[in-house]
Design a protein around this ligand. Sequence first.
Ligand SMILES: [Mg+2]
Length: 393
Amino acid sequence: MFSEPILHVDMDAFYVEVERLDDASLSGVPVIVGGLGNRGVVAAASYEARQYGVFSAMPMAQARKLCRHARYVPPRMSRYSEVSESVFEIFRSVTPAVEGLSVDEAFLDVSSLRLLYQDSVEVAVEVRRRIREELDLPASVGVAPTKLVAKLASEDAKPDGLLHVPSSHLLEYLQALPVRRLWGVGEATHAMLEGFGVETIGDIAAMTPATLASRLGKAAATHLHELASGRDPRSVVSNDGAKSISVEATYESDLHDLAKIDREILAHCERLAQRLRKAGYAAKTVTLKVRLGDFTTVTRSHSLPSPIDVTRDLWSIARELYSRIDLQSQGIRLLGIGAASLVAKGTPRQMALDGSRHQALAAATDRVRDRYGSDAVGPAALADAPEPERPIS
Ligand SMILES: [Mg+2]
């Protein structure tokens, strides 16, 4: 048995490092990847740029003030996905138990490798070495008995490092960390905890669950107290990297016009349906994500008894979800539609909601697109549409 069977691998400044692979002149200088338009945000900042106070999700205008001389690069998501595939191939060649969290981050359960390696640190060293040698990229790894601690350790290992938290030092390591780093402690909880003098994770562990429950409610208190005491029973749940597929766009100016919004929803559904079918999946869950002018993000999901993959079905659900969002007369800054609970094609399933006609139409549409390109056919409502809104990300 490995006593620390969980690895959390996180690539360092992933988008920046991929850009550096393709353009050596970006090495050693501050690099900021992000939307270059007026309303763009920082998607990734190199460690050189972080020294100027630039960090991800910061408005680009602010980043430009802080680090005027940085190299600014627009994101190339398809290139990052491509490199991400290679990173995940390395993970999966090490162990089948890989739980991807994002393009550049995953948990690996390496307990099945105990006959091949002396301990899990040896596996972590190997993973880092292969990522460096095969892809020429830096990655940080946390090695720990639990998911929470492995993740915290990889953060502390950055950049380009490895941190091993042995079971025997688990509590000691956790206790000293600021309470903010515990999963489930958002801004509000943090403020409340600070209000009664809680600063470290150790402070939480030292409280009785009852005292904590009187302030936070039973569910949150139990959750935090368990984590703070080093108990995190969650196991690594393998996924194959295709957990969900989504389409989203951010708009140069907020969308207010209902007809325009509806057309955007339809266009998103059309693209989503196409991507689903191309990947060989149908979805049992549809999610609508809307970011309002004031940056509030609202999501609504609906799950179905049988999976769908045609535009019309996705659209009817997305519209229904949209009607449940209270816009409070604000405009829409970002609109996204996602498909989750994916089922591989060939799995028995019902026909589209109102019969097989739309499915046959979808198959025909896909064939035309394959031959003549993606603009060759599409829903009539889109054909009449004026110029589409220009997405900036
Ligand atoms: Mg990362």
